[in-house]
Design a protein. Sequence first.
Length: 152
Amino acid sequence: MLNPRGPVPLYRQLANLLQKRIDDGELQPGALVPSEADLVSEFGVARITARRAIRELREAGVIYTIRGDGSYVGPESASRQVRSGWRFQTIADDLAARVRAGDFQQDVPLPSETQLAQHYEVAKGTVRRALSVLRDQGLVFTVSGRGTYPSP
């Protein structure tokens, strides 16, 4: 586990822990490295700590990152693990079902992005993307500075 009072910075401890998972074969070449949000949730560290740990491993050539897709173990030539699904889509599907079921009142905004991010244990950007899907489907509309409402 991580020692916040130890002489080694937390990001370095986290990078070392991830390196151990790779060395032990828990994370194989081509495997998706846990996301920053997953590391924050699992280890209770700040997002900047998780980001810096990932950067350390990337700079050491242990992992590589594809913007918008994630970080993977090993050289870029290794075949990548197939994602099981996008988290934003799962959230969008859940919220769409709740909107269709009438769980949200017409004149009351849905929970805020912050509340939804906490509920689903994801980053606000993931929630924004899910809400964008709902807007594209015509299920919700957003009023700037007021919130996102179910469509009539």
